[in-house]
Design a protein around this ligand. Structure first.
Ligand code: 13P
Ligand code: SF4
Length: 377
């Protein structure tokens, strides 16, 4: 098995604290919470059943407080599919809103309050680049049936590509089942874009010795012989929020807080997942805290807004951030500024649709095949 290594990131966290309010009309830019909250509620009351607001667990408090449903990306895609509302306002990132647009009916409109909310990991596997790599990978194993699986954190064109090659989409809560689906139909899996989720899933399936990685940016990082040997080929993408966590953070928490438990997201490195007590999607992280006994100590290895929500929602549990102040917020998620939410809702009240997410019909049709396969596994 290849060793997973990514360059040590020593980042100035302030670089990630970027808020882009440029698209917002100036009169919305400086609204305070006291000014904005009643305006959001008034717009929601006016729109009634015409609108549903979905919020990912990583959204800011000022967004989740106004959401009809808060959850992980799998739950949100199911909620979007079930929604009757004419407008789905999505507190999340572009790939989530795209998936909602693909899953919802044609007469429903999906709105992403800020168009700047793009997940960097999704950008690490562009469909054109994957298409080129696919030619090399399939040539390296000409007799094998390779099934591509893309993580939900990817753009619609990559989801469409996977469908066209007999593959599917998965989220962090059903990756192992998606691999099972693929191995019933083929010999090898190409998993994109998150190498850590892929490696953690391979371990869950007892296939950790069957992995090769494919680094599309490094000529040395793609070995056709390894591809021919392996059953699972991992694209070399990662989430910078989750890559910060290291095994030593788990050790430090356990040393500083005797009796502490640790729950982490499967986008974390293998060493962190191995050192943790529980691993799972953002909804698993929430359930772990909901089910904790009062007084228990839980350190959380994921995006900081969710840790902060769980501290607020469950004061009976001692909730800690796994790497303290070094825990990051997701810059893509934070682009959904609550003033953008105010603006898009008030515009809807005036009959104007802003920041509509619309996937091209041919791409949407194919991507839906990959998403439907996911909803079935
Ligand atoms: P979940 O699918 O667990 O909600 O996670 C989405 C995500 O973006 C994690 O970084
Ligand atoms: Fe993407 Fe990571 Fe943000 Fe999740 S936390 S949306 S994977 S950048």
């Amino acid at each position: 098995m290849v060793t997973m290594e990514t360059a040590e990131i020593d980042t100035d966290l302030s670089l990630f604290k970027y808020d882009n309010l440029e698209q917002l009309p100036p009169e919305y830019r400086d609204l305070t919470e006291d000014e904005r909250a009643p305006r959001i509620e008034a717009a929601l009351a006016e729109l009634g059943d015409d609108v549903v607001v979905l919020g990912h667990n990583y959204q800011r408090r000022e967004i989740v407080e106004h959401a009809d449903f808060v959850g992980d990306s799998y739950q949100l895609s199911k909620r979007a599919a079930e929604a009757d509302a004419e407008y789905v306002v999505f507190g999340g990132v572009t790939f989530m809103a795209e998936s909602a647009d693909i899953i919802t009916d044609e007469d429903q409109t999906v709105i992403l309050p800020s168009m700047e909310a793009s997940c960097p990991m999704a950008g690490m596997a562009e469909a054109l680049q994957v298409d080129a790599a696919w030619a090399e990978i399939t040539a390296a194993a000409p007799d094998a049936e390779i099934v591509p699986i893309t993580y939900m954190n990817s753009y619609a064109d990559l989801k469409a590509f996977c469908a066209s090659q007999g593959g599917l989409v998965c989220t962090s809560s059903n990756a192992a089942s998606a691999f099972g689906w693929a191995f019933e139909r083929g010999d090898k899996v190409l998993f994109l874009p998150d190498k850590h989720l892929g490696e953690n899933t391979a371990h869950e399936l007892g296939m950790e010795d069957r992995i090769a990685t494919w680094d599309p940016w490094d000529p040395e990082g793609k070995d056709p012989e390894e591809v021919a040997e392996a059953d699972i080929i991992l694209w070399d993408g990662y989430c910078q929020v989750h890559e910060r966590f290291r095994e030593r953070h788990v050790e430090e928490i356990r040393a500083d807080h005797p009796g502490a438990n640790v729950v982490v997201h499967p986008e974390c490195r293998r060493e962190v997942v191995e050192a943790a007590d529980v691993v799972g999607s953002t909804s698993t992280i929430c359930e772990t805290i909901v089910n904790a006994d009062p007084g228990e100590i839980w350190a959380i290895g994921t995006e900081i807004h969710l840790t902060n929500h769980l501290q607020r929602w469950h004061p009976e549990v001692e909730v800690l951030a796994l790497c303290g102040d070094a825990c990051m917020d997701c810059n893509a998620m934070r682009q959904i500024d609550p003033n953008y939410l105010t603006w898009v809702l008030e515009e809807l009240v005036e009959g104007r649709e802003r920041n509509v997410i619309e996937v091209a019909p041919r791409e949407a049709e194919l991507a839906k095949v990959a998403l439907d396969r996911m909803l079935e596994v």
